[in-house]
Design a protein around this ligand. Structure first.
Ligand code: ADP
Ligand code: MG
Ligand code: ZN
Length: 604
């Protein structure tokens, strides 16, 4: 897209330069023009300097030696009165030809017309080349007006083959492909073809990819607009963009119009929060109007994507609109392996790479995360001047994707390092001491992303549920750092703030979402993002008393968890010292080494 546009800009420059050249050439061949005073002009007339004088209304013109003299007759009298006034005897200037010209100056009209026409010509040319690039090229192109990007079906199109896993999702979409390919098959039977499909899933799970694959499979053009692009400063812009996007897509039907991040506009209306409300409402209304407006014979399918289906306006979900809904799940280990392999094809790797192992270490990763693992691995290999990317490069890049890049440059004092070492050792030991916790893969006191240090625990297999015990044990592990600092250093540091935040949140969920506490098997599931609007105006679902008990219970739960973590570490002080010292020495302990230490010094 960028190269295409800059090419057009080049064209414009070329034209401007060309025009400038022509102009300067032309103007050189024109006589030089000199505006002089009436006095001077009459003086020259008197001296018989001119052969010919042209008079247009009150302008006097004469040409001598390729210089055109012009003077304005401000006296508003006839030329002969002027001669009198300047005491010129008309007998003396008999050989000067005096001519009265028409009052319209075609030359100047031409030049003014040229000035107006020229930019228009340039614009015309610009749009022409853009139009051509649009027809002849499959690359994305942004219309200035609708911000719609169009992808034509072409050779290197994306199909279902490029989407790993997501089997059920694909199966649901195959139907859409056949609607686009042969609608008669359905309409002949009187079946209504669905208009809208809503893809829901976390960011990076492949919503955009899948939508494009549907277009690729059906061989139809794919129009892409994004909800966030509609949210503009000016009211009405969004709605007009929607209109032109739909018009554009309808013209090319059969086609797919993809509205990405539809939650940016399709949020529940009427909460009075968030600003830009009018604009969003108008845009949303326009989408609804457009979706209801085109008849079922227009073979246009709208696919929308969102990662916040909970905030969508219910009007969007009504029958005849986005009534097909497909949830894209986070890939399991088999699918992760397949996704890794698809993206690894693009980089040069050594032969024997165990993708199952990499997949095993990346539970919870989305397709986009896995793609970055491959890319980061390749970058790492290149940085180390390797010819081929190896398995260790990929394994190492997992943490980078998970936590952000390692920050070796950030300087910590010895004292801070000491705190970090005991803190992380505390987490690791508590995690190994308790049953039903995920194994420790790595302990590090190097900062990464936002974390000052980290203890990486990765489940052995994909988990979808947690038992009550697992939940509580996780809570205790969270306090491992805080407990270690208190025991060894006498007091906690601010480094535990993130752990505490997570722990409090977990305790609250334990009570109000999963109903696992003594307050009863009850759920008051609230939306986390109150600022998005929906929740604030909804009615309060529990009493002051209950709310008070919840708060009290949270404090009780976290305090108990801290005590348990302290108990574990009191019983394993030697081990705590040992691991902390090892961390201070080498900064990082990998799983193998950690397991070895535990074998020699079993946790109590
Ligand atoms: P979303 O739109 O859901 O945020 P995208 O479709 O933009 O996610 O996915 C981002 C990238 O992640 C894709 O370009 C693709 O390279 C990769 N990806 C995601 N899911 C898959 C998958 N199932 N198979 C292959 N690649 C995937
Ligand atoms: Mg996307
Ligand atoms: Zn911690």
């Amino acid at each position: 897209m960028f190269t295409k546009l800059s090419k057009n800009v080049l064209y414009v420059f070329a034209i401007i330069i060309l025009v400038a050249l022509v102009f300067s050439f032309y103007s050189k061949s024109l006589p030089e023009q000199k505006d002089i005073s009436l006095n001077k002009f009459m003086q020259m007339t008197k001296e018989n300097s001119f052969d010919k004088i042209t008079i247009r209304e009150n302008i006097l013109m004469a040409e001598v030696d390729d210089v055109k003299y012009e003077a304005k007759n401000g006296l508003n009298v006839s030329f002969y009165e002027l001669l009198e006034y300047y005491e010129i005897d008309s007998e003396d200037i008999l050989n000067i030809d005096v001519e009265y010209a028409e009052s319209v100056d075609w030359m100047s009209i031409l030049s003014i017309g040229g000035m107006i026409l020229l930019p228009l010509l340039v614009l015309f040319f610009l749009f022409n080349t853009i139009g051509k690039s649009l027809k002849g090229n499959s690359k994305a192109f942004t219309f200035a007006d609708s911000k719609i990007r169009k992808y034509l079906p072409n050779k290197n199109k994306i199909t279902f083959k490029d989407v790993a896993g997501l089997q059920e999702e694909k199966e649901e979409l195959i139907e859409i492909v056949s609607f686009l390919k042969s609608p008669e098959k359905f309409t002949n039977l009187g079946a209504k073809i669905p208009k809208g499909v809503l893809l829901m899933g976390r960011p990076g799970t492949g919503k955009t990819l899948l939508a494009r694959a549907v277009a690729g499979e059906a061989g139809v053009p794919f129009f892409h607009i994004s909800g966030s692009e509609f949210v503009e400063m000016f009211v009405g812009v969004g709605a007009s963009r929607v209109r032109s996007a739909f018009a554009e897509a309808k013209r090319s039907a059969p086609a797919i119009l993809f509205i990405d991040e539809i939650d940016a506009i399709g949020r529940s209306r009427g909460t009075g929060l968030g600003g830009g409300q009018d604009e969003r409402e108008q845009t949303l209304n326009q989408i609804l109007v457009e979706m209801d407006g085109f008849d079922k014979n227009t073979n246009l399918i709208i696919i929308a994507a969102t990662n916040r289906p909970d905030v969508l306006d219910s009007a969007l979900l009504r029958p005849g609109r986005f009534d097909r809904r497909i949830v894209l799940h986070t890939p399991d280990i088999k699918e992760r392996e397949a996704i890794l392999k698809i993206h690894a094809r693009k980089v040069k790797t050594v032969k024997d790479i165990d993708y199952v192992k990499i997949a095993g270490r990346t539970p919870g990763f989305s397709g986009a995360d896995l793609e970055s693992v491959i890319n980061e691995g390749a970058l790492l290999a290149a940085k180390n001047n390797k010819k081929l990317v190896s398995e260790t490069d990929f394994l190492e890049s997992i943490e980078k994707v998970l936590l952000g890049p390692e920050k070796r440059s950030k300087v910590f004092s010895e004292k801070e390092k000491n705190i970090k070492a005991y803190h992380e050792a505390g987490h690791a030991i508590v995690a190994s001491a308790l049953k039903d916790t995920d194994p420790v893969r790595k302990i590090s006191i190097l900062s990464r992303g936002m974390a000052g240090g980290y203890t990486l625990q990765v489940p052995v297999e994909d988990k979808h549920f947690k038992s009550k015990t697992e939940f509580l044990n996780e809570l205790i592990v969270l306090f491992g750092g805080y407990a270690a600092e208190t025991i060894i250093l006498g007091e906690p540091s601010t480094g535990s703030s993130n752990d505490l935040e997570k722990a409090s949140e977990m305790a609250r969920e334990f009570i109000t979402v999963y109903g696992m506490s003594d307050l009863g098997p009850i759920s008051f599931h609230e939306e986390e993002n109150v600022f998005l609007g929906k929740n604030i105006s909804s009615r309060k679902t529990y009493s002051e008393e209950f709310s008070y008990s919840v708060d009290k219970l949270i404090v009780q739960m976290t305090t108990e968890a801290l005590e348990k973590a302290k108990d574990v570490l009191q019983n394993n002080r030697e081990l705590l010292e040992k691991i902390a010292n090892k961390l201070l020495e080498q900064e990082v302990i990998e799983q193998e080494e950690f397991d070895l230490i535990l074998k020699e010094n079993p946790v109590k």
